[in-house]
Design a protein. Structure first.
Length: 257
């Protein structure tokens, strides 16, 4: 994950329409205008909130001169699907029409060089054709299919960000086998009642979700200012119920997966 407000940003995803998750969008849109942007900016919002998204931008500034496209997401279809990755929204247990996002790398298949050579395919252009899904012929006229020389699909990396939420089975399902779970852990154990009443989670809740979903790593984020300086305590509470690596992070954190 990388915190970045550069003029090269391509897309913005809004999880729900509370002020702390939306009021920065008009400023970003205007900043891109001042940087003389000319390429399209895509903004993804819950499908029930597309009109509100238009009002959000129009109410702060004039509509920018560069293209802005607002997309409504919902249902089981990915918001974005490419050959390299997908972004899948999922419902969370917070407010009406609140969502999180799963960013998943496409499955990978390794090209088995030794297997190709054993079948009579020498290094060269035919390797590229097989890797791109095309069948080729050997010098003896035998046909070799891509399936003959590619490994079984291997899951790609997966980053899951539920946004504001209570713990729920839906969030656990969406975070299944995540490489990194970025979880909104607003409160410590002592504020568990407040977490429940406001639709949020504790650090321990985050640890449980990470454990139940089989996540590899857990980042605690969106931490209440009242816990400034208590990051180690929050990490410890999450680690009580989760065996993977835990870190309390702030905006701008980055990592290698």
């Amino acid at each position: 994950m990388r915190y970045d407000s550069s003029p090269n940003v391509d897309a913005v995803f809004i999880s729900h329409f509370h002020a702390d998750h939306t009021l920065g969008v008009p400023g970003l849109v205007q900043a891109l205008e001042m940087n003389e942007r000319d390429s399209q900016l895509d903004i993804y919002v819950p499908e029930q909130r597309t009109e509100r998204a238009h009002r959000l931008i129009e109410g702060a500034y004039e509509w920018p001169s560069y293209p802005v496209e607002i997309h409504g997401y919902g249902g089981d279809e990915p918001a974005i699907q490419t050959d390299e990755y997908s972004i899948q929204p999922f419902e969370t247990a917070y407010t009406e029409h609140s969502h999180g996002f799963s960013v998943e790398e496409a499955q990978k298949r390794e090209f088995l060089v030794e297997r190709a050579q054993a079948l009579g395919i020498d290094p060269g252009p035919k390797y590229g054709k097989l890797q791109s899904g095309q069948a080729v012929e050997t010098a003896d006229g035998d046909t070799v299919e891509p399936e003959d020389v590619l490994s079984e699909p291997k899951p790609g990396r997966k980053i899951v960000y539920p946004g504001d939420t209570r713990p729920s089975s839906g969030v656990v399902d969406a975070a299944s086998d995540a490489s990194l779970l970025i979880y909104s852990a607003m409160f410590a154990d002592a504020q568990s009642d407040r977490a429940r009443s406001t639709g949020h989670s504790t650090a321990r809740d985050a640890g449980r979700v990470a454990s139940e979903s089989g996540a590899d790593r857990l980042w605690l984020t969106h931490i209440s200012p009242r816990h400034e300086g208590e990051e180690q305590q929050l990490e410890s509470q999450a680690a009580d119920v989760f065996d993977g690596a835990v870190a309390a992070v702030r905006d701008g954190a980055s990592t290698e997966l």
